[in-house]
Design a binder for this molecule. Structure first.
Ligand SMILES: [Zn+2]
Length: 245
């Protein structure tokens, strides 16, 4: 219990530190924190879900999922960069990653997903963090939900991220992480550890408003980065200066 509290405290402090660093960094032209020795070695692949013509979910007021996904991923890019944590972005702008031969929207979506799988598979030792936003007909539902791929290491990472969200951002969120449904193509066609984070519900007006705020996007990015930097798979003891086995 004490150890659990200790881990949660480290995570919350890390998340707040990263939030502050990210806020400061975004107002500066040069990095203010040197690359740190606490960074995990394995690259994190950041996937901003959807993009281009495929906007993903759209809220009743017109908020488009793909743009929130991209905003969170770009902030994750900043904060992971501050810490010298290796990472790549599948997309860094509002585009679909389809082949030029794809014509219809369906062809573009299929091609886009296949190209994402190819890029993920080509990243040696990578771990996928896919960012999405949820929607549901009933507007009551809110809160982050983390899903994991049926690959080794994914469930542990998802559990860690779900706990990090609860500890640092949403204390009332009692959701447990879940395995991704087998209908989600990307998460079921890769071999590496992979988690998909539904950051919140665009169909809940209060949560939608928060998801559109830059300050909340920064907090989300900071908590996700803190969770990655403290994840057991990437060296739980790095903050105590212990070598990763
Ligand atoms: Zn989505």
């Amino acid at each position: 219990m004490k150890r659990l509290f200790g881990s949660a405290a480290v995570l919350v402090l890390t998340a707040f530190g990263l939030t502050a660093a990210l806020g400061y960094f975004c107002r500066q032209s040069t990095p203010v924190i040197a690359p740190s020795s606490v960074s995990p070695v394995r690259p994190l692949i950041l996937d901003a879900g959807h993009g281009g013509e495929d906007g993903g979910a759209v809220s009743p007021s017109g908020t488009v999922e793909s743009q929130i996904n991209l905003a969170v991923v770009l902030k994750l890019d900043d904060v992971l960069g501050l810490y010298g944590a290796p990472h790549t972005l599948l997309r860094g702008e509002d585009v679909s990653l389809h082949d030029p031969e794809a014509n219809t929207l369906r062809e573009k979506k299929v091609s886009d997903l296949k190209n994402r799988v190819t890029a993920i598979t080509a990243t040696e030792g990578g771990t996928l963090l896919s960012i999405h936003q949820n929607s549901y007909p009933d507007s009551r539902y809110h809160g982050t939900q983390v899903f994991y791929a049926p690959t080794e290491g994914s469930q542990d990472l998802a559990r860690h991220i779900q706990a990090a969200i609860r500890a640092a951002l949403q204390p009332e969120n009692s959701r447990e992480c879940k395995q991704i449904p087998d209908t989600v193509y990307l998460m079921n066609h890769i071999d590496c550890p992979a988690v998909l984070v539904e950051c919140g519900f665009l169909t809940n007006p209060e949560e939608e408003a928060m998801l559109c705020e830059e300050s909340y996007q920064k907090k989300l990015a900071a908590v996700l980065a803190a969770a990655w930097l403290t994840a057991p798979e990437t060296g739980e003891d790095v903050f105590q200066g212990t070598a990763v086995p």
